[in-house]
Design a protein around this ligand. Structure first.
Ligand code: NAP
Ligand code: HSE
Length: 428
């Protein structure tokens, strides 16, 4: 059978893995799809750069149009990153009938609906398994594995850098800045770590997961985002004492067709399986009305894990080519998006307060919660050496986000509350 020709946009970490897998597993791939898969051309920024994996010099190009407008190329594999110019290349490739596989979460979170609509119009495939949680096949699982169910909750540790930092802080009692520096030296965190530590990377991935899980077009601006840069070692120590781990969780929930999506450092009960996910690993917990609890765990990044997902998408595209069914996927975003209000978003909360240590203070604090109908699950007071101030740790029962915001506002006017040191959502 005629070989399927692939144009690879990008030959960095993931691109190198794609070439390794396509070449190294060629026999298996060919047996599955019925024809050879050939990497025809590879786009790079700088042809002169030394490569960890040699490729024929005549395959390398610095001109994207050598690939996008090459009539011999059937499939574009985009692993170069970038947003606006990359979107332009992909739309042009689709316009000329090429199928697309991409690992680009930034692009899919921002422009996914437009790109997928164009793909459908052109009867082309756009597959993007590697864009969320690297080697974990979570996108295919949400689209196909759960097609018969109604998913009501998706919780993800979808950023390895922050999970590494929080795991180290928890295991070693180290401070955030210390661990971040070490993670940068080891190459786990980037020199500008903002996108990871402030939760933006996780928010993009949760936009994709929530859209697929809830069959609606969730936008990046619908995601409430808070990162880990303010997590202290005291917070983690208190969490551990109470039987929790602090994790940066993406949480997407649906109730009566209303949805919410957020990314925030969360206290997770140690008995919950997601609390045990350590280091750079990722995990996605999915709750379906019929299936109940499920969880998917694995490498969220890295050359070969990510390339595994990319090449699996490539195999899916080629199988569709053989069957003549490209661009005929089920319609995914058929639900109208209805977002929950702050009154409808409910969870348990942890709060750490620094207060005056004198008569009546605890009563005033608990009264404030009662004023906004927030019921408390537990209260713990820690005196400090001076006996003038104390720390109060409160865990609430399920309360609405709106009620908690009112409680926090009321504390601003309460003399006895010196400082709200931290507030966390609680899960498990
Ligand atoms: P990378 O190592 O930085 O590689 C990027 C590659 O693209 C390089 O070969 C670079 O060329 C080329 N490139 C970048 N901009 C270009 C441009 N404007 N024109 C031509 N070539 C260009 O990136 P990566 O880590 O492989 O990530 C690639 C994509 O996969 C990103 O969207 C990323 O978010 C996604 N992803 C990565 C991982 C991971 O573990 N790394 C996991 C999941 C998803 P030169 O080699 O000449 O510089
Ligand atoms: N920066 C991301 C992470 C890489 O730390 O998980 C994979 O998208």
């Amino acid at each position: 059978m005629k070989p399927v020709k692939v144009g690879l946009l990008g030959f960095g970490t993931v691109g190198t893995g794609v070439v390794r897998i396509v070449e190294g597993h060629q026999e298996d791939l060919q047996s599955q799809v019925g024809s050879p898969i050939v990497i025809e051309k590879v786009l790079v920024q700088n042809k002169a750069k030394a490569r960890v994996l040699p490729v024929d010099a005549d395959k390398l190009t610095e001109d994207p149009w050598d690939i996008i407008r090459n009539p011999d190329i059937d499939v574009i594999v985009e692993v170069m990153g970038g947003i606006e110019h990359t979107k332009g290349y992909i739309l042009e490739a689709l316009a000329s009938g090429k199928h697309v596989v991409t690992a680009n979460k930034d692009l899919m979170a921002l422009h996914g609906p437009e790109i997928l609509a164009k793909a459908q119009e052109q009867q082309c495939d756009v597959l993007y398994e590697a864009s969320v949680a690297g080697g974990i096949p979570i996108i295919r699982t949400l689209i196909e594995g759960f097609s018969s169910d109604r998913i009501t909750k998706i919780m993800g540790i979808v950023n390895g850098t922050t999970n590494y930092i929080l795991t180290k802080m928890s295991q070693e009692g180290a401070a955030y800045e210390e661990v971040l520096k070490e993670a940068q030296q080891l190459g786990y965190a980037e020199s500008d770590p903002t996108s990871d530590v402030e939760g933006f990377d996780a928010a993009r991935k949760m936009t994709i997961l929530a859209s697929l899980g809830f069959r609606a077009n969730v936008a990046l601006e619908d995601v409430d985002v808070k990162g880990i840069s303010k997590v202290t070692r005291d917070d983690i120590a208190y969490a551990k004492r109470l039987g929790y781990e602090v994790k940066l969780l993406g949480i997407a929930e649906r109730q009566d067709d209303f949805i919410s999506v957020g990314v925030q450092p969360t206290m997770v009960k140690t008995s919950h399986p997601i609390a045990a996910v350590g280091g750079v690993f990722n995990a996605v917990y999915v709750y379906g009305e019929a299936v109940g609890e499920t969880m998917f765990y694995g490498a969220g990044a890295g050359e070969l894990p990510t390339a595994t997902s990319v090449v699996a998408d490539l195999v899916a595209v080629v199988k569709n080519m053989r069957l003549g069914v490209n661009g005929k996927q089920a319609i995914l975003s058929y639900k109208e998006k209805k977002l929950k209000t702050a009154e409808q978003i409910a969870s348990k909360y942890f709060m750490l307060l620094q207060v005056d240590d004198r008569a009546g203070v605890l009563a005033r604090i608990t009264q404030t919660f009662a004023d906004f109908e927030v019921s408390l699950e537990s209260v713990l007071q820690q005196p400090n050496a001076s006996h003038r101030e104390a720390e109060i740790i409160i865990i609430s029962h399920d309360a609405s986000k709106a009620a908690m915001e009112k409680v926090l506002k009321a504390f601003e006017g309460l003399d006895a509350v010196k400082r709200v040191k931290s507030v966390y959502r609680v899960e498990g």
